[in-house]
Structures are given as C-alpha cells and as structure tokens.
Design a protein around this ligand. Structure first.
Ligand code: ADP
Ligand code: GLC
Length: 511
C-alpha cells in the first residue's frame, strides 16, 4: 500500500480529515528493533487508508536519514536540531525527522551502542525528541500543518503527553499506547532535574517512580487516553504479576484504558506473494510450503529424510520470550524426533548456550544467531511448528506471522497470544477448529508436554490440515483494529476540552 496512491477524493472534497501526529522511536524500514517498528509502520498507513491525515515523527537516526525519501528541511528548532519532512520509501507515509546530529547520528541502534550498552544520555535524547514533537503539536510546522490529536508510543515518547498536559491553554488531546510495560525509561531524578524538566514532573503525582524518574509513568499519568496492544494484556497489566509496578496508576486510569489488538502487514507477510520464497503458496495450495521446507533443510544441512515436524523459533533470545525455558526443553524436543531451527539474538549468555547446544547435532538442530528479515520469512514458510512462548506478551506479532505461513504456534496462553491462538484440543472454540498448541505454566516441563502433544497431532494429517487451514485463514489484517483506533480518535477529539482548531481543514491539494 502506498498512501500517495490512495483515492483520498473518495472521502469527499469537503470532508474533514482528522490531522494526527504519530510519535515513535521506531518505524520500519527507517528504524526497527522489534515489533514496535512494524506496528508503527503499518498502523499509520492503515489509518491513512481510512482517511486520516496522519504524519509520523521519528528521531533522525543515521538509518532513518539514509532510508527516508524526499527529505526537505522545514525549520531549525530554537531548542536545537532541525526538523525535516520526508516519506517512507515503500508506503509514502509522511515522516518528520528530528535531525540533531549530537543526539541521534551515531553508530549503533536507537537505544544502544554497538556493544549493546544503553546510550548514557537516553533521557536527554528522548526528552529532546518529545519536546520537539510537543512544539510541532502546539505550533504546527512552517508549512502550516498542525495536528488535532497526538498519538505517542512507549516510554521514548512518554514525556510528550506530559509536555502537552502541563501547558496552559488549549491543546491537542493525546493518546499513549503501551507496547511493552517492562521498558520504562527510568533514570535518576537528578538527571531529570539537570534537564530543567517541569517541577510537577519530579513529584510522585508526576513521573517520580520509586525514587527514580520514569518516562513511561509520564505517559501513563498525563495522556488523555491509554491503549495497549491486546485486550488480554489490557486486563493483565492491572495486576501486580504483569503491571511492572505501574498497576496502581493503571488501575486508577482503567476507565481510560482499552486493548486494541495489533494487526500485521498482510502485504509484507503474504506467502502467496513473498519474494523471499522459492514457490508461493496459500491455504489451498501447499506445494510451495513443502518446497520451502525441503530447500531450508538443504540450506541448513538438516537430514532431508526425517519424518518428524520441523520446529522453528524466530524470536528475541530474552527472558520475556522464555528463551531460557526453550533451552531447557531442547533435549525433549530433539528426543521426540523433531528438527529444530532457532534464529534470533538477545541475551549473550543464551546466544552462547544455544550455539553450544547445536554442536554435534547438525542434522537435527541449526542455530543462527542474529536477525535477517528474509530468513525469518523462509523459516515461517518451511516450519510445521513455530515456538513462540512468552512469560508475558503485550501482543506478539511473530505468532501471527507464523500462522499466516501455516506454521502452527506452540505458545503460552498469555497476553496477546491468548487473543490470537486457540488450542486445537480446546473445547471452547465454539466449534471452530483451533490454530495451535497452548500451555499455561512457564516451565520446561509444560513446554515439553505441549510439544509432545503437537508432535503426536503432526502424525494425524487430516487434523493437521484442518488446523493449518484455520490458522492461515484467520484475519490478522490491520483494517478492523485501525477502525477501532479511529473511533477512539474521534471520541477523543469530540470530548477534548480544547476547542477544535479554528482553521478550516479541508482536503489538502495533492503534493
Ligand atoms: P517483540 O516486539 O516483543 O520482539 P513481536 O513478536 O511483537 O515481539 O515482534 C517481533 C518482531 O521482531 C518482528 O517484527 C520480528 O520480525 C522481529 N524479530 C524476531 N526475532 C528477532 C530478533 N532476534 N532480533 C530482532 N528482531 C526480531
Ligand atoms: C512489543 C511487545 C510485543 C508487541 C509489539 C508491538 O515489542 O513485546 O508483544 O507485539 O510491541 O506492539
């Protein structure tokens, strides 16, 4: 989808198009470390398709400056940095970039240096980014575009709703989306004081959090509305087990909190038209899936004649993704005759342990540390089962990608995973076939039991085929979820204290 080719006239030349500023620290392909980058690329495009006049704002990392198209300079900001306006290469989404070389033009990732150490000035970097976004929301850009609503995402933009709320006078309403509550952006209070942040923020009623300063808490406290990325996680985070210390504040704000399930980009993750695959396939034509499995086994040196399931794990190797438990369950998995391919990066100790586990098992176990987007596509296409368990999971895109490629997930009934996977043996599916295998306890024993159950189902081709068809047929597209966001935006604008902006906001002339 390309927002430039959308038929915006179908929304009517005099129809008001809501102007939204979408602030994020990741947006694929300009910057991505995980699911946040995928969601922040796809959701604004889905909203644009519904007629929203939406623009993103992203820090001007080297990768973003290199990848964005048609950059033009708008203004130098008094606080520092320069505001550019560009577009994403594939979808043509308008994106403001905050080009501030001292803060963002560095080798390494958005949050960490090349040795995976957090940048020591992350508070300053993301406070400056949030302040620039707030200034854009308040004053508009030099070409006259000013948002009526601001949508911020995760801790990196948590200060944005706070800056807007602490301002006197009319302002745009703000929405804050929680993609992951355990990443909180907590820093010493003195570091916040040194940046001369508003005094109100440094108190317990502001963003003080157990003696520290929390950017996430600022977002949760000051945004007009809150969302998170699945209905189950929205309920879970009100409890101490999942609230990461924020459950009290979240309970106080429960009436403003909704769970809206993420979608996936069904153009990028489409086995019927995936350039990474040797032969395309769909739910009714699975020869391409068999070809993908054979090609992958050849490529990785796995025994081409083995008759057990091919199990893949494409995930960050972290505690959240239960990588330690997967490691502990590996012997059981190999004993049941499965072939296993693990692809991911994360905790260095776990990376080393997985590499060591593969030594001497080359015909049955392949470990590829790192992350390559095309390999992830080929692995999902080749797989019979996808290992995607989590201790907690706000949504879990990986599991939806797997299902779309006919790889049945083996996963835990938690967060967004509970909302997207139904167990094949569950009696609560209302007669609809299940789409995967789920377990409850976050232990190696429970995972191994679930894998053995999946292994025995694999020997029943009729049941397997039914589940595969159900998994591939699930609608994970963004449209329904984007409509829910739009209804929320509309509600926020109508109920905002601030009057609607006085200037007429008719359809812009095509650029
Ligand atoms: P999370 O964002 O918590 O990692 P999701 O399942 O929602 O979980 O999204 C995972 C995203 O990260 C997907 O876009 C996937 O393509 C990508 N991904 C998967 N494994 C890795 C990895 N090891 N390193 C970087 N990205 C990965
Ligand atoms: C976070 C969560 C993941 C979610 C993603 C996008 O990275 O861990 O569950 O899918 O954000 O919202």
């Amino acid at each position: 989808m390309d927002v430039r080719n959308m038929d915006v006239t179908s929304y009517g030349p005099s129809v008001h198009r809501l102007r939204v500023l979408f602030a994020t620290s990741e947006l694929f392909p300009l910057a991505k470390t995980g699911g946040l980058g995928d969601v922040c690329a796809a959701l604004p495009v889905a909203l644009a398709a519904l007629g929203v006049d939406i623009r993103a704002i992203l820090p001007g990392y080297v990768s973003a400056l290199d990848t964005a198209r048609g950059k033009r300079t708008l203004s130098r900001l008094p606080s520092g940095g320069t505001l550019l306006l560009a577009r994403t290469p594939d979808t043509g989404l308008p994106v403001y970039l905050l080009d501030w070389p001292e803060l963002f033009r560095r080798p390494g990732g958005p949050y960490q240096d090349q040795d995976k150490r957090d940048w020591p000035d992350n508070l300053r970097r993301f406070a400056a980014f949030s302040a620039a976004a707030a200034a854009l929301a308040e004053q508009g850009d030099t070409a006259g575009w000013r948002p009526e609503l601001v949508h911020a995402n995760d801790w990196h933009t948590g200060l944005l709703p706070a800056f807007l709320a602490l301002r006197h006078g009319p302002r745009s309403p703000s929405l804050f989306t929680i993609h992951n509550l355990v990443f909180q952006g907590n820093f010493p209070l003195d570091a916040a004081r040194a940046l001369s942040l508003p005094e109100a923020l440094l108190t317990p009623d502001g963003a003080e959090f157990y003696g520290r300063f929390s950017c996430l808490k600022a977002g949760l406290r000051y945004a007009d509305r809150l969302t998170t990325v699945s209905p189950t996680y929205a309920r879970e985070i009100l409890t101490p087990a999942f609230g990461a210390g924020m459950e009290g504040l979240l309970r106080a704000r429960a009436a403003d909190l909704t769970g809206i399930l993420n979608g996936i980009d069904t153009d990028i993750w489409n086995p019927a038209a995936d350039p990474a695959l040797p032969v395309p396939f769909d739910a009714d034509h699975l020869a391409g899936k068999r070809a993908a499995k054979a090609a992958l086994r050849r490529e990785l040196g796995l025994d081409p004649t083995a008759d057990g399931p091919l199990v893949v794990g494409v995930n960050r190797l972290t505690e959240q993704k239960m990588a330690d438990v997967v490691l502990a369950a590996l012997p059981a998995l190999l004993d049941m005759g499965a072939q296993v391919v693990l692809h991911g990066e994360g905790d260095p100790g776990l990376e080393a342990a997985f590499r060591a586990a593969a030594i001497g098992r080359a015909d049955q176990l392949a470990v590829r540390i790192g992350y390559q987007e095309t390999l992830a596509h080929r692995l999902n296409a080749a797989a019979d089962l996808a290992l995607t368990p989590s201790r907690f999971e706000p949504c879990g895109l990986t599991t939806m990608y797997a299902m779309r490629y006919g790889a049945l997930p083996v996963t835990r009934k938690v967060g967004g995973l509970a909302d997207t996977v139904t167990d094949i043996d569950s009696t609560q599916t209302g007669g609809r076939p299940g789409t995967g295998f789920t377990f409850d306890d976050p232990t190696a024993a429970a995972l191994a039991d679930c894998l053995r159950r999946a292994g025995s189902r694999f020997r029943d081709p009729i049941a397997w085929r039914r589940a595969q068809r159900a998994a591939m047929g699930r609608d994970f597209s963004w449209e329904g979820s984007a409509r829910r966001y739009l209804a929320l935006y509309d509600d926020m604008v109508v109920s905002a204290d601030a009057p609607r902006s006085p200037e007429p906001a008719f359809l812009e002339a095509a650029e």
